[in-house]
Design a protein around this ligand. Structure first.
Ligand SMILES: CC(C)(COP(=O)(O)OP(=O)(O)OC[C@H]1O[C@@H](n2cnc3c(N)ncnc32)[C@H](O)[C@@H]1OP(=O)(O)O)[C@@H](O)C(=O)NCCC(=O)NCCS
Length: 177
């Protein structure tokens, strides 16, 4: 057997879903990949403490390998108040993709939304993100509108970053499973 010959080791890696804790905030940056969202993560955590949002994380070995955030009020719903939650910041670390973690996160986010007495979930997807759109449509989301996808935030250095990502808006009426 040479040193280049392939060997394998089977790892069992239980994954649990839970709300983010303060200790997760640096880990959500995924070793620098998302450090530019540091302020957003902190702000969302404060909103979670106030009960207005929830940062749902998929935890493997105490590390948040995926997450979706829930805003318990659709930002477009200020006047209508139609009982919608907005799901956003949905991502799974690349090496864990394609095993159902993303679908599980969304299903749990929907259950939490229903528990809060909200009947609809909405989500935005960039027009060129065909994979994520396929996933959303497979689990029942349908396009109801489009959005310019323009927004801004302050990065970890306090520098304003401007996002311009035209997207589809999708929604789903939730039912108890
Ligand atoms: C979108 C994203 C969160 C999905 O996460 P994921 O964990 O790969 O999602 P799933 O595994 O549940 O579903 C992905 C695919 O794996 C398949 N799959 C689901 N369960 C599976 C399983 N147990 N085994 C193998 N494949 C599975 C699904 O059928 C799906 O196939 P599709 O591409 O035909 O839709 C992930 O791709 C990601 O982080 N992308 C980059 C960020 C992003 O685009 N986020 C969305 C912003 S709108």
């Amino acid at each position: 057997m040479t040193i280049l010959e392939q060997r394998s080791l089977q790892l069992e890696m239980p994954i649990i879903l839970r709300a983010a804790t303060l200790e997760d905030l640096p880990k959500l940056e995924w070793y620098g990949q998302y450090k530019h969202f540091r302020n957003l993560f902190r702000r969302t955590y404060r909103e979670q403490e106030a009960g207005r949002r929830l940062m749902l994380v998929a935890d493997s070995n105490s590390f948040p390998i995926g997450h979706v955030f829930i805003q318990f009020k659709d930002p477009d719903d200020d006047l209508k108040n139609t009982g919608r939650a907005y799901l956003y910041s949905f991502r799974v670390m690349e090496m864990f993709r394609g095993h159902g973690v993303g679908t599980w996160l969304l299903q749990e986010a929907e259950n939490i939304t229903l528990d809060r007495g909200l009947e609809w979930a909405t989500i935005a997807v960039a027009k060129d993100n065909h994979g994520a759109r396929r996933l959303y449509e497979r689990i029942g989301y349908r396009i109801y509108s489009e959005d310019s996808g323009r927004w801004s935030y302050l990065d970890h250095k306090g520098i304003a970053r401007h996002v311009n990502e035209p997207c589809w808006m999708l929604q789903k009426q939730l039912r108890l499973r």
